[in-house]
Design a protein around this ligand. Structure first.
Ligand code: EPS
Length: 422
């Protein structure tokens, strides 16, 4: 059984509902941890007024009993508190009397799904499109991702994220070690490893808000202690980098994905890109290894190969001194930290609207504006963690099978024993 999830729900509808399939039986569920991730997603600096209304928490409808998974599909619900203000506009039954303010959307926002979706689905009220295209849906992803994280935690996998760039402000140096990223409080409104860049980012967001504008940026998600051998080189659809890219690109506003130092690697010779392999004792990772040697353009290795990669009876193992590949070679995890970056375009709802056209009158008109966020980059880090967790949980299920968490753990032990004698 693979780890699968699906979400349903409109931004201002009654609730977001998700179904998660493929968690083994007997996994203890920590509801507080799920709600904490939902809270983190909502805190992101630059969110609009909506976040003052919502306070996301989950309710399990099925699949969990006495605090543990049953191995059956899990249904969970997150209420939209804002729905009380939208009951007529979002009514699921036909209205006999139209609301005083039907909040019809006729002026598509450039960059949003409004126009292309309206044309495709023949919607004369673009609200039919935007309600589902909205990033409100990512609350569901974070809840499902938090469940995936709880499976991964059993196998020692940890996932964290941080903001690398916000608009024109970048963290310097951009590469940050696991220790630096893990030291960032999970309660922060903007997870940034560089306090002075963080200050500038906040000022930049305030300035964009003042100007009625929006900002994009880059977030990085890092997974540590990922076993060697998830994903496969054998078929295009099994390559884990491809699956991660799809998962990240599906996050609203993400327009590019980078694995390791993939973007810079395209401009360097192979001798400065590929992570050389050694057979030796793993070197202790020093916190100040965050700055890669400029000439090599490489990243220091955050963690050595999984302990399972030890040869039997030896404390030597395959090691790499750099991790420019971001933990993936040939679409297979190689035991190094998984490092994935998502690049977001600025949010497409601008308070100072861009030029658009009324879909009925065809007259020039400013694009629609209701209420919006200035930036979603800090929140996107939390969503990226969830998407990476979901992809990895699926890979663990593929690799290890098993109906219960105990059976999965036994299967991992057996696989690690085979790695140890390699
Ligand atoms: C969104 C617009 C804003 C965001 C919303 C996504 O909502 P509203 O139009 O109700 O103010 O706050 O994000 C969320 C509600 C959320 O939970 O992330 C959009 O148009 O995509």
């Amino acid at each position: 059984m693979f780890f699968k999830f699906t979400t349903s729900g409109e931004s201002h509808g009654k609730a977001l509902v998700s179904i998660v399939e493929g968690l083994p039986a007997g996994l203890p569920i920590d509801v507080e941890a799920i709600n904490h991730d939902l809270w983190r997603r909502q805190q992101g600096y630059g969110r609009g007024g909506r976040m003052k209304i919502e306070s996301d928490t989950i309710e399990f409808l099925s699949g969990v009993r006495h605090g543990k998974t049953l191995g059956s599909p899990i249904a969970l619900k997150i209420e939209n508190r804002d729905f009380v203000h939208w009951q007529e506009v979002m009514s699921d039954t036909e209205l006999e009397v139209q609301p005083k303010n039907p909040r019809l959307v006729k002026r598509p926002r450039p960059g949003h799904a409004d126009l292309a979706g309206g044309q495709k689905f023949q919607a004369r009220d673009l609200r039919d499109i935007l309600e589902r295209a909205s990033a409100r849906e990512t609350a569901s992803r974070v809840a499902c991702g938090a469940l995936a994280k709880q499976l991964l935690n059993v196998f020692g996998v940890e996932i964290r994220s941080h903001v690398v760039r916000l608009g024109r402000i970048s963290v310097t140096p951009e590469h940050r070690s696991w220790e630096e990223i893990a030291a960032i409080s999970t309660d922060t409104q903007l997870a940034c490893a560089d306090p002075s860049a963080k200050k500038e980012m906040i000022a930049h967001i305030d300035e964009a808000k003042e100007n009625g504008d929006t900002l994009g940026g880059i977030f990085e998600v890092v997974a540590k202690n990922v076993v060697v051998g998830l994903g496969s080189h054998t078929s295009w659809y099994e390559k884990l980098d491809g699956r991660i890219a799809q998962a990240f690109m599906s996050i609203q506003a993400v327009k590019a994905v980078e694995i390791g130092t993939g973007v810079a690697n395209a401009g360097l010779p192979g001798s400065e890109v590929h992570d050389e392999i050694f057979w030796s004792k793993p070197e202790p990772v020093e916190a100040d290894q965050s700055e890669p040697p400029a000439s090599a353009g490489g990243q220091p290795v955050g963690t050595a190969n999984s302990p399972a990669a030890n040869a039997a009876g030896s404390d030597k193992r395959f090691v790499r001194k750099t991790n420019r590949a971001g933990g993936l070679e040939g679409g297979i995890t190689n035991g190094e930290e998984l490092r994935v970056r998502g690049y977001l375009k600025p949010i497409s709802t601008l308070k100072k609207p861009l030029h658009s056209v009324d879909i009925d009158t065809k007259q020039d008109s400013p694009a629609a504006f209701e209420r919006s966020d200035v930036t979603a980059v800090p929140a996107a880090g939390v969503i990226g963690e969830a998407m990476l967790a979901i992809v990895l949980a699926n890979s663990f299920r593929e690799k290890l099978g098993g109906d219960s968490i105990d059976e999965m753990s036994r299967n991992l032990d057996s696989y690690q024993n085979s790695l140890a004698s390699y």
